[in-house]
Design a protein around this ligand. Structure first.
Ligand SMILES: Cc1ncc(COP(=O)(O)O)c(C=O)c1O
Length: 493
């Protein structure tokens, strides 16, 4: 029996459930030591993945979450308190997002599940009301979240991805209109898009959808708990919610700028008649009757109780205060970047999501990301797409606010360092990979990983510039082949 877990043991598949259970303090010590290698989100220097509430809110959320750890939201008739928590969360979201007495929705595990359910609703509605559509299509801009592609993939709905404006990164409604076919079921707009923090012309998209009898989904996963407060605080926020005629569904995450613990989002529908198509029922098998409004069946009540507690604790005034602080911090970043000649803000971000591109060919954004990582920051990179060049992405949460001057100072210093350093040469010819990528299997990938320095047990190398440049230079089809193989290898058991 091992008293400590090491990477080697995992690789050698030597891990079994211990014969005799271990003491709680030993287990907790091990968990704490494993966490040592994770990104230090408490540093205020992580600009992705984490939406950190105050310590007081954090403690409350944790307590509320664990209070409902064992309760099962599979059956809200057995746990009526969970039904109450869910309906109240949905009412709070609907009230925030221009809903009315007709608006309904459900609590989900995250933005992706909310989006999958919105697409399922449109697909199943059309199956019943437009049976002539046998190959349904969903129209999205290139800036719509990948969750729509996942939804299409899982649900057998074709995703028609269209270019967006190369300056504003917003959907162009005329481009959407020209792509509508007899198979189209839904148009999508983002409020805002994650990549560039810009809001699509929701009124135009919704009006087009209505005129053609189509569903219109507004993805407010990242903006739903933010934009309404920004608007109340006096920022110029275009109409994006159910107040816009033609919007049929929305997604809004509590676990992003609602600062709730993860596993907390919602999907909202214009009315019950539409939501009906979201629900799955099965009473023909031999066990208990299944009636699930969401993807998961058995699920802990923790995220729901955690989100309910968080929203009540922060309150509208609290959200407004956070939004004012993060809007100010975002402006500081935008102004700071404008003073760095090598960099440019992409589009005109409406909230605290900022994409930055390099306008100096000697300064590579992936090298900047490496340089910032070495200085303790965590900044996401975005690969180039048809409409956008490769970029750095900053999601600013309340815990990052005090660190913005340091961020700008470090960015400038890292860029100066890059300009002084000799450039790494791409001494592996991309063309050489083409046959490998066409016939990729585990063995081929292992060889490639070895060549790229990805073969070791320590995970990713510290410097990712070369690998990022390589992936960036490939067409999406080949990028996906490589990335799937990478993840398939990363999970060693
Ligand atoms: C606009 C938008 N939609 C959907 C998602 C997916 O959310 P999740 O990661 O909770 O599934 C995200 C995540 O960042 C997002 O920003």
């Amino acid at each position: 029996m091992s008293s400590e877990i090491t990477p080697n043991e995992v690789k050698n598949r030597n891990i079994s459930i211990p014969k005799t259970g271990l003491k709680a303090d030993l287990i907790l010590d091990q968990l704490l030591s494993m966490k040592g290698k994770d990104i230090a989100w408490q540093s205020g220097k992580v600009l992705a993945y984490v939406y950190e509430p105050t310590k007081e809110t954090y403690s409350l959320t944790k307590e509320a979450y664990t209070m409902y750890l064992t309760e099962n939201a599979l059956d809200p008739t057995a746990f009526p308190s969970l039904l109450k928590l869910e309906t109240e969360l949905i009412a709070m979201a609907a009230n925030l997002l221009g809903g009315d007495d007709e608006t309904v929705g459900n609590f989900t595990s995250g933005g992706t599940e909310s989006i999958i359910l919105a697409v399922k609703t449109a697909r199943d509605y059309c199956r019943e009301h437009k049976p002539e559509i046998t190959e349904p299509e969903l129209i999205v801009g290139e800036t719509a979240h990948a969750a729509f592609h996942k939804a299409g993939h899982y649900l057998g709905v074709k995703v028609v991805m269209l270019p967006v404006n190369k300056e504003t990164f917003k959907v162009e409604t005329e481009v959407f209109e020209s792509a509508i076919t007899k198979n189209t079921i839904m148009l999508v707009g983002s409020a805002p898009s994650y990549a560039h923090g810009v809001v699509d012309p929701i009124s135009e998209i919704a009006s087009l959808a209505k005129s053609k009898g189509l569903f219109c989904h507004v993805d407010a996963c990242v903006g739903g708990m933010y934009l309404p407060f920004a608007k109340q605080a006096g920022f110029d926020i275009p109409p994006f919610d159910f107040s816009v005629d033609g919007v049929t569904s929305m997604s809004c995450d509590f676990h992003k700028y609602g600062y709730a613990a993860k596993g907390a989002s919602c999907v909202l529908h214009k009315n019950r008649d539409l939501r009906k198509y979201q629900i799955f029922a099965c009473s023909s098998w031999s066990g208990y009757t299944i009636i699930n409004p969401t993807v998961l069946s058995s699920k802990t009540g923790g995220p729901m109780a955690g989100a309910w507690a968080t929203l009540h604790h922060i309150g509208q005034d609290g959200y407004m205060k956070i939004v004012k602080e993060t809007q100010k911090a975002s402006l500081l970043i935008v102004e700071g970047i404008q003073e760095i000649p090598e960099l440019k803000i992409m589009g005109d971000p409406i909230m605290n999501l900022v994409a930055i591109e390099s306008v100096d060919p000697t300064v590579n954004v992936f090298a900047i990301s490496d340089g910032m990582t070495a200085r303790g920051w965590h900044i996401q990179v975005q690969l180039a797409s048809r409409c956008a060049s490769e970029a750095l992405h900053l999601s600013i949460n309340r815990a990052n606010v005090p660190y913005i001057p340091e961020l700008l100072k470090d960015l400038k210093e890292v860029i100066n360092d890059i300009k002084k350093k000799e450039k790494p040469s791409m001494d592996i010819d991309i063309k050489m990979f083409a046959p490998m990528l066409e016939n990729m299997n585990s063995e081929t990938f292992d060889n490639l990983a070895e060549m790229l320095g990805l073969g070791g047990e320590e995970g990713l190398p510290d410097e990712l510039e070369f690998i990022n440049n390589l992936i960036n230079s490939l067409p999406a089809k080949h990028r996906n082949v490589l990335l799937k193989e990478f993840v398939n290898k990363m999970f060693t058991t």
